[in-house]
Design a protein around this ligand. Structure first.
Ligand code: SF4
Ligand code: SF4
Length: 114
């Protein structure tokens, strides 16, 4: 599958919510909901697990991703992801990297044009 990179540097094509949605797999939705509820200390239900990927305009987005500050900012600036932004790496994305260091690796690579 082609790499699908979210605005904040996540791999949507490897995301459990994306895979559960594309395969319409309710077991996977339940598994992702349980894991994410534990990790993010939130009440996430299987029916919340529906997402067509961060860059999918007009598609379904997981609740948090549809209100995500980083995604909204990238859309406003007209960049595909933060790695293409002139203000990279700003404070907002730096804060996110503290939680998800892998996203930095990916976006640094994009920013360097590698
Ligand atoms: S936008 Fe959707 S597919 Fe991408 S990381 Fe977020 S929940 Fe997963
Ligand atoms: S300003 Fe920061 S959050 Fe916004 S698109 Fe640029 S790098 Fe991403």
């Amino acid at each position: 599958m082609t790499e699908m990179i979210s605005c904040c540097g996540l791999r949507c094509d490897q995301c459990g919510a994306y895979l559960a949605t594309q395969n319409d797999d309710d077991e996977k939705r339940a598994e992702v909901a349980e894991n994410w509820s534990r990790i993010y200390k939130a009440d996430i239900k299987p029916e919340h697990i529906n997402c067509d990927g961060c860059l999918q305009e007009g598609g379904r987005h997981f609740n948090y991703c549809s209100v995500c500050e980083i995604r909204n900012c990238a859309v406003e600036k007209g960049v595909e992801n933060c790695g293409h932004c002139g203000e990279y790496a700003c404070e907002i994305i730096e804060k996110f990297f503290e939680m998800v260091p892998d996203a930095r690796t990916l976006l640094d690579r994009i920013h360097a044009g590698i």
